[in-house]
Design a protein around this ligand. Structure first.
Ligand code: ADP
Ligand code: MG
Length: 604
């Protein structure tokens, strides 16, 4: 007997499932594409444990006809093509009829679906190794597909999945890329019960990008719109120096299908020429629209690769499009410098409400998620409304002080009977936050800020390794830091006091300081230093303007600290100048001198 045999169908489907289903994010991608093909305009995704435990994708699309339900899980069952000719003009995302079959070969799957005008919907439950059951159910028009226990029947594959956090990040990237391309479609992503992405349907393109990438990047974006012949490039690029340490924010799509192609990356990068530092990469979201017949999506099982006729011509047009986008907005470098110095001046307080992203539409929708970008919502320093007279008084050091205001946005000036008190605003706030965090650490009850969207930071490989080594200690004061592969780390929680002010640049500087601490001292000293550094980075800055209410809050909080006269590094936090001393300095007679003069001359 020969050795070659035709494999059994279930074994074949396991093998080919591997081509389509590499990890949880490929399931999410397939399910989203099915929802889009079904004409949905709202897609809800919920994942648990990185999608390994469960992935649920719900849509309000057309639903699956009752008659189609028994076969939709079979291999090569599709409603999207039927003839050879259809393959040349594929306008749907799916067409192979493989995704549901492949998913059901490696996980349990449950589909609840309802089409328009039907009284009852259909429920399909397919557990691995069993025949699927088909029942009735009730639900509004649309489809919910739930996939549980990925690879439970293939332990070798399951073992190769990354930890849940990393798989979650991958899923998030898949959803973000798709959401960036389709602002008209609503996307929500819930990770272990926490909303990570929340984009309503019918957002403008620029609002959508701001929802996804946050206002810091959004502020620096320039519109791209350039056509040559039938090829049109549209989207956004960030003005330098806003950039990243890798290509993870270079989003490309062809005919609204997300793709990654190094040649396109290089085209954009070359348009920036020398305006980016070595090791820095552009941030962009660019869609290429061209004749469908010039694009072949039938190359790769996961459709990750799309073959484009004449890719080098497309790259040239992309490069020109980016160059023109900068050209139309003045010299890239000059604008960029202006923008960053503006940002420094305005600081984060301005982000809370008033500043619109410069290049973006000035009408954020009601759901506009600019606020849901990392932390912007949480700005502490909400400008106060008008203060009443008594509001400008504050009890401090056993007396009453009148808040005069700020000097040079650096010192708080307080007046009392005795004279003038000058408080260093940063030192004072740092002391307050230091004692607060110290107490929380001692009681093992650190208030933690869960980030809606983790920060992904690019470090040097050495720094990335060192900071991840410190992850356990850092976790005890509220930082959840983990490796994001290569030299990237992901930060998903922060101590709450810091969460209010964090930005990528801020966190990079903070990590530098933490690494400078070295972790060589005794654990207790190291922890104390960590708390100090965190307090320092969380405190209001020199140069930050404060309202009367904010000043009063800081002074009242300072009043409750035990070491109010110094910042946590030992610098004085305030100085007093007695009125008498001022009087003397200017040769003005004080009250007691006047009394003595009157007595000597017998005056009343
Ligand atoms: P393909 O998308 O390549 O056709 P799939 O295995 O992904 O193959 O899906 C099989 C079929 O099931 C689709 O052709 C479609 O008719 C139906 N289907 C899958 N998901 C949905 C959905 N969310 N809404 C409506 N129909 C769906
Ligand atoms: Mg499909």
């Amino acid at each position: 007997m020969g050795k070659i045999r035709v494999l059994a169908e279930d074994l074949v489907s396991l093998i080919s499932a591997g081509e389509v289903i590499e990890n949880p994010s490929s399931i999410v991608k397939e399910l989203i594409e099915n929802s889009l093909d079904a004409g949905a305009d709202m897609i809800d995704i919920a994942i648990n444990e990185g999608g390994i435990r469960s992935i649920t994708v719900s849509d309000n699309g057309s639903g699956i006809l009752k008659a189609d339900c028994p076969i939709c899980l079979l291999r090569h069952s599709t409603s999207k093509i039927s003839t050879k000719e259809d393959i040349d003009e594929i306008s749907t995302y799916g067409f192979r009829g493989e995704a549901l079959a492949s998913i059901s070969a490696v996980a349990d799957i449950r589909i609840a679906t309802q089409t328009k005008g039907n009284e009852t919907g259909t429920l399909i439950i397919a557990r691995f190794g069993e025949n699927p059951s088909v029942d009735e159910t009730s639900r509004p028009k649309g489809t919910t597909i739930e996939v549980t226990d990925l690879f439970k029947n293939i332990p070798a594959r399951r073992k190769h999945l990354s930890e849940a956090r990393v798989e979650s990040q991958r899923i998030q990237e898949v959803v973000m890329k798709q959401a960036a391309i389709l602002p008209e479609i609503g996307f929500r992503l819930l990770r272990d019960g926490i909303t990570i992405i929340d984009c309503p349907p019918n957002q403008g393109a620029s609002d959508r990008i701001a929802s996804l990438w946050g206002i810091d990047i959004a502020k620096s974006l320039v519109n791209v719109d350039h056509s040559l012949g039938n090829i049109r490039i549209s989207g956004f690029v960030a003005r330098p120096p806003v950039s990243r340490g890798n290509r993870s924010r270079e989003y490309f799509s062809i005919l609204k299908r997300p793709i990654s192609d190094e040649r396109l990356s290089r085209a954009v990068e070359s348009a920036y020429s020398t305006t980016l530092m070595k090791g820095q990469y552009p941030i962009c979201a660019l869609d290429i629209s061209m004749e469908l017949s010039k694009v072949d999506v039938n190359v790769h099982p996961t459709k990750r690769e799309v073959r484009v006729l004449d890719i080098s011509k497309v790259c040239d047009i992309v490069k020109e499009a980016v160059r023109q986008a900068f050209g139309m907005n003045g010299d890239a470098e000059e604008t960029a410098t202006l923008q960053s110095s503006l940002d420094e001046t305005i600081g984060y307080a301005a982000e809370s409400s008033t500043t619109e992203p410069t290049q973006l539409s000035s009408q954020p929708s009601s759901h506009n998620q600019i606020g849901a970008a990392p932390l912007i919502e949480q700005t502490i320093l909400i400008p106060s409304s008008e203060s009443a007279e008594e509001d400008s008084e504050v009890d401090f050091l056993g007396g009453v002080f009148r808040i005069i205001g700020q000097m040079h946005d650096l010192y708080i000036l307080l007046e009392s009977e005795e004279g003038l008190l000058i408080v260093d605003q940063h030192a004072a706030h740092e002391r307050v936050l230091y004692e607060q965090l110290r107490k929380e650490v001692n009681q093992d009850r650190v208030a933690v800020q869960e980030l809606l969207q983790p920060f992904i930071l690019s470090l040097s490989p050495k720094d990335a390794e060192q900071i991840v080594d410190l992850a356990d200690t850092l976790e005890s004061i509220g930082y959840t830091i983990s490796s994001f592969g290569g030299n990237e780390v992901s930060i998903s929680t922060l101590p709450e006091i810091l969460g209010r002010t964090a930005s990528e640049t801020e966190l990079l500087a903070l990590i530098d300081r933490i690494l400078d601490l070295g972790g060589k001292e005794a654990e207790e000293t190291f922890m104390d230093n960590l708390v100090k550094v965190t307090a320092c980075h969380s405190a209001v800055r020199a140069g930050q303007s404060l309202s009367t209410d904010e000043i009063r809050d800081i002074i009242l909080e300072l009043s409750a600290t035990t070491g109010k006269y110094n910042c946590c590094h030992g610098r004085p936090s305030m100085i007093r100048i007695r009125k008498e001393d001022i009087d003397r300095s200017v040769g003005r007679l004080g009250a007691s001198a006047i009394a003595r003069y009157k007595a000597r001359h017998g005056l009343k």
